[in-house]
Design a protein around this ligand. Structure first.
Ligand SMILES: Cc1cc2nc3c(=O)[nH]c(=O)nc-3n(C[C@H](O)[C@H](O)[C@H](O)COP(=O)(O)OP(=O)(O)OC[C@H]3O[C@@H](n4cnc5c(N)ncnc54)[C@H](O)[C@@H]3O)c2cc1C
Length: 397
């Protein structure tokens, strides 16, 4: 059985950022366990869906991102035994660890809405939540001339909770520019009782939906879909009613939860229905197993699951892992920072940044980020991807 001082499970945003930072701290005997030979910058998938970026721009070869001195095990984890300090993989091999970092991301549950798995990616149904389907979103938007366009968000925590809304705004802006917005009924289906949890941006978003004439259904979700007959059923949980709507196009976001093997493991939070790994929200250290840490989408943290959050979590996790390994040093604390870049038009964006207490946490305090701006859109389109590929995955920012 191979054994590593640090085993990182998952080679996505969180796994690679952590591996790079550990190498910079001169830690040896690190392995990244992950099956995918491609690495994705998912935030740009929204702009793939709006025809403003190419899928290939969002993709890199994983082998090129694995930091030198780190071993890549190209297998998938299938179980973890935190008592024995081992992870089992899909080839049946066992890998031992002294310290474990869980960075597996989350699971998109396409079967969570009856009819969605069969319909998505063709016909009238798409989703920016997969690189395979995001280009189809743009096909639907630009071919739409009249009828009903529905944009849905599922119940429960999801990655980038702004993404279900962003694509509705960019599509509406496109139809407005084409002079056909008044022929399209745009419906945004949201599970919460308001547009967004943070008041400063909630009001701004209310103005934006009014600007486009979008019909917002709060405390609602899509409960079934018949892609072949172009019909979606929307439940209004406040009123206790269901309505079947004929759709011209649908952008659906699937329900999301932890990978099954994580949810079934002793690392999962037993109190959560979603099965995410239970870590202290400030130290990112597991509550029961101090040699286990988690970050990114798989971590059960009461903040928005984003790459921006990972950027702040990785340095905290690495500092606290080093203190745990060395038995001394200064611990760091994660304040729940996350951000939601609300793209509100084809050339405008509003950057919502906040912490666990939903206090605004602006990176650019001189700018009023509760207003949508062109320079923020340029940051989203060009600045943030550059920062990701040149800084974050190299452990520099
Ligand atoms: C449409 C969309 C828009 C978004 N927009 C934004 C945005 O504007 N701003 C922002 O900050 N964030 C955004 N995000 C969210 C952001 O991409 C994620 O929060 C971020 O990628 C989380 O990083 P992660 O490492 O936890 O998960 P991922 O990056 O998804 O990586 C998980 C990794 O784990 C691997 N893995 C899975 N299962 C196993 C297994 N069993 N064993 C080993 N490895 C495994 C996967 O192959 C993958 O490499 C968006 C996401 C989407 C889908």
């Amino acid at each position: 059985m191979s054994r590593y001082r640090v085993l990182i499970v998952g080679g996505g945003t969180a796994g690679i950022a952590t591996a790079a930072r550990l190498r910079r701290a001169a830690v040896t005997s690190i392995a990244v366990l992950g099956p995918s030979d491609r690495h994705w910058y998912q935030p740009l998938w929204t702009l793939v869906g709006s025809g403003q970026a190419w899928v290939k721009e969002t993709r890199r070869i994983e082998a090129k991102l694995i930091p030198s001195g780190v071993e890549w095990i190209r297998e998938a984890a299938t179980s973890v035994d935190p008592e024995a300090q081992t992870v089992t993989t899909d080839t049946g091999s066992e890998i031992g660890y002294d310290y474990l970092v869980m960075a597996t991301g989350l699971r998109l549950d396409w079967n969570g809405v009856p009819g969605l798995a069969d319909s998505v990616g063709h016909g009238a149904v798409s989703s920016n939540y997969s690189y395979e389907y995001a280009p189809h979103t743009w096909e639907l938007i630009r071919n739409m001339r009249s009828g009903t366009a529905i944009f849905t968000q599922p119940v429960g925590p999801i990655k980038c909770a702004g993404a279900p809304q962003k694509i509705a705004y960019i599509a509406s802006d496109y139809w407005r520019r084409q002079g056909i917005l008044d022929q399209i009924r745009v419906i945004l289906v949201l599970p919460g009782d308001s547009m967004f949890g943070v008041p400063s941006w909630r009001h701004a978003l209310e103005e934006i939906v009014e600007r486009y004439g979008i019909e917002v259904r709060l405390i609602s979700e899509m409960v079934s879909l018949d892609g072949a007959s172009h019909k979606a059923t929307i439940a209004d949980h406040a009123a206790g009613t269901e309505e079947e709507l004929a759709l011209g196009m649908l952008h659906a976001v699937p329900p999301q939860r932890a990978p099954e093997w994580v949810a079934e493991s002793p690392l999962a939070n037993p109190a959560s229905p979603f099965g995410y790994a239970e870590v202290d929200k400030h130290t990112l250290q597991h509550r029961l197993y101090p040699n286990v840490f988690a970050l990114g989408d798989v971590a059960d943290l009461p903040t928005s699951k984003t790459g921006a959050a990972v950027r702040k979590q990785a340095p905290v996790l690495v500092a606290n892992l080093l203190v745990t390994m060395r038995g001394s040093g200064e611990r760091k604390s994660y304040d729940g920072y996350s951000s939601c870049p609300f793209v509100t038009a084809r050339d405008k964006m509003m950057l919502a940044e906040f912490d666990y207490d939903l206090n605004p946490a602006p990176s650019f305090p001189v700018i009023d980020t509760t207003k949508d701006r062109r320079d923020m859109w340029l940051l989203k389109r060009y600045g943030l991807p550059a920062m990701y590929w040149h800084g974050m995955v190299k452990g520099r920012v």
